[in-house]
Design a protein around this ligand. Sequence first.
Ligand code: NAP
Length: 252
Amino acid sequence: MTNTIALITGANRGLGYETARLLGERGMTVFLGCRDEERAGVAAADLRAAGHDAHPLHLDVTDEKAVQAAAETIERTHGRLDVLVNNAGIGGFAESGGPSQTPLSAIRRVYETNVFGVVAVTNAMLPLLRQAPAARIVNVSSEVGSLTTMTDPGSPLAQLQATVPYPSSKSALNMLTVMYARELADTRILVNAANPGYCATDFNGNTGYRTAEAGASVSVHLATLDADGPSGLLWGDQSMSHRTDTSGPLPW
Ligand SMILES: NC(=O)c1ccc[n+]([C@@H]2O[C@H](COP(=O)([O-])OP(=O)(O)OC[C@H]3O[C@@H](n4cnc5c(N)ncnc54)[C@H](OP(=O)(O)O)[C@@H]3O)[C@@H](O)[C@H]2O)c1
């Protein structure tokens, strides 16, 4: 029986690291796609010390050549990819005022990672994903990208300060999820977006009230869906909204 091969982008810390750890615990061979080779090496060594089959992989999602090189490495070593978790993301909150005060450069910077980076990585990895018997693509999104939630007067998220770069990048990522799922509907590849919930990571100065492990478990769920699992959904924990149930499909 051959190993399941997984690539997680932005895996040296936060939710990406936890996702790699949890998939490693399930016996998968995990590639930690990281833009900083030293941090990637440290993270992979930590996971190997815990008994996981973990490998650092240089991958800046905004660098198309690095993305292509990463795909070539996986092609050369394994010839296929079973799980892709597009996790790398940035907030860009420091540069984000209200929409009317936001420089285009701030929006472009966030989109380069959160939107264009996902397209670059997914397209580079798709030939490898097509070689797998039942590949899974997980796009790590957020409920703040949900137009329904952000316009629901009953949702605490609708009370957040109006900003453009991050929420709109996740809305775009949600639509990417829908479109990839549609294109790949006649394959065995399932494509879904994960909402990890508000998790304590560097992303928010560790103010989140969920653990990184709890957030990562949403990606793990979508990365390990059965063959009859859903495709083209935003899925996850609902604890930051006004709803009381815990996990399931979320509105777009
Ligand atoms: N934490 C939350 O509450 C929360 C909620 C909803 C959604 N999310 C989403 O979850 C994902 C992970 O967030 P997190 O909380 O784990 O954030 P984090 O702790 O800030 O970690 C982000 C990771 O992404 C990597 N990264 C950023 N730009 C990259 C690039 N161009 N190429 C490769 N890697 C890059 C970072 O690498 P470096 O170490 O090199 O910077 C880091 O490993 C993001 O997509 C975020 O939007 C988080």
